[in-house]
Design a protein around this ligand. Structure first.
Ligand SMILES: NC(=O)c1ccc[n+]([C@@H]2O[C@H](COP(=O)([O-])OP(=O)(O)OC[C@H]3O[C@@H](n4cnc5c(N)ncnc54)[C@H](O)[C@@H]3O)[C@@H](O)[C@H]2O)c1
Length: 335
């Protein structure tokens, strides 16, 4: 039985608690928040969970094995460091830390103490991403050409991080999981329309070896909510529209073939292939529930995790490089 404490029960923390309570492999022991009203809310739902305003009670408790850190990004490092130093495994919200130096320090502490860091890259555990990964792994999409993701809506404007740090961790973690390739460099541009120094529109391009390219569009100032990802390969193309209630993933047997031409003027001819489209069946299990099962499995069986601290650090490295690129109006930054 994995005994759990949760620090931070604002908007997202209660979702973690609900899933820890529901999982037969975890025991939800204690939670903490600086705001009394959030603790009262949790207490009204789950009277057996201990509540505290002091995170040290969770960190120092001998009854807790894993601490979930669900507080604002700038607090992740200090809280995770204290938890690891006290010998606890951690599940840190995305993005893992505010800087890659902080992320590296956490990874070092975890290694020294033989502890595991998990980062809540929730989308990796959705049925849609699982199905797309399966198609890619089976070779059905062919050689990958591009990953193109749009995550735009109106708000919520954050005060401490820009739109890229807020929304793109989802897309970057999905991209990293699906493409299974090491990024070479990034180029990013963005704009701040409030004059707050925090960009509310940002476009990120990530270059990989073998001509593979990714583009991520994030925006808090869009009149419509779009959650759409296109992935193209040499054999098939995938469209994932997460706003659709059903048939979220569509696989198109469309593409191009280059054929040699006898004609001197047109040496290369492009032939278009437009075949069938199919919608694969998607597992409807809640992603957070699947993620918790994965964490239990990794801890019990010493498996490598797909949401390890290393994966979290890669996301932070890309965000950091993107931030640097935005500030220099799109300079290419090596990863
Ligand atoms: N995985 C996802 O899909 C997902 C979705 C939303 C948010 N998040 C992440 O979750 C984290 C929290 O986001 P949120 O939207 O819930 O924020 P929030 O502001 O609603 O909640 C954060 C809570 O942490 C508490 N807190 C801050 N410092 C604390 C401390 N030192 N000790 C105890 N409590 C403390 C605050 O009082 C607040 O109630 C962020 O990292 C965010 O990126 C992830």
């Amino acid at each position: 039985m994995l005994r759990v404490g949760v620090i931070g029960v604002g908007y997202w923390g209660p979702n973690l608690i609900r899933n820890f309570v529901a999982n037969p492999g975890t025991e939800m022991k204690m939670c903490c928040d600086l705001r009394r009203e959030r603790l009262d809310y949790i207490n009204s739902l789950y009277p057996t969970i201990k509540i505290t305003e002091n995170y040290k009670e969770i960190v120092e408790s001998p009854e807790i094995d894993l601490i979930a850190i669900c507080t604002p990004v700038f607090t992740h490092f200090e809280l995770a460091k204290k938890a690891l130093e006290a010998g606890k495994h951690v599940l840190i919200e995305k993005p893992m830390t505010s800087t890659s130096a902080e992320g590296e320090e956490l990874l070092n502490i975890a290694e020294q103490k033989s502890l595991q860091i998990f980062v809540d890259h929730t989308f990796i555990f959705t049925g849609a991403v699982g199905k797309i990964k399966e198609l890619i792994t089976k070779g059905e999409i062919g050689d990958l050409y591009y990953f193109d993701s749009t995550r735009v809506n109106l708000g919520l404007f954050q005060h401490d991080v820009n739109v890229l740090w807020d929304l793109a961790p989802h897309d970057i973690s999905i991209m990293h999981f699906l493409l299974n390739a090491n990024p070479e460099s990034v180029v990013a541009t963005g704009a701040d329309h409030l004059g707050s120094g925090i960009e509310n529109v940002a476009y990120l391009t990530v270059y990989f070896p073998n001509n593979l390219i990714a583009h991520i569009n994030t925006n808090w100032l869009s009149p419509v909510k779009i959650r759409q990802t296109l992935i193209a390969g040499s054999k098939k193309m995938v469209v994932w529209d997460d706003n659709q209630p059903s048939e979220k993933v569509r696989v198109y047997d469309k593409g191009i073939e280059v054929i040699d031409s006898a004609d001197e003027v047109y040496k290369m001819l492009i032939q278009y292939r437009t075949g069938d489209m199919f919608c694969p069946k998607i597992d409807g299990t809640e992603a957070l529930g699947a993620e918790i099962n994965h964490i239990i499995d990794c801890l019990n069986n010493k498996h490598d995790s797909v949401i390890s601290g290393k994966a979290g650090l890669m996301v932070v490295r890309i965000l950091e490089a993107a931030q640097q690129s935005i500030k220099s109006r799109g300079k290419e930054i090596k990863i």
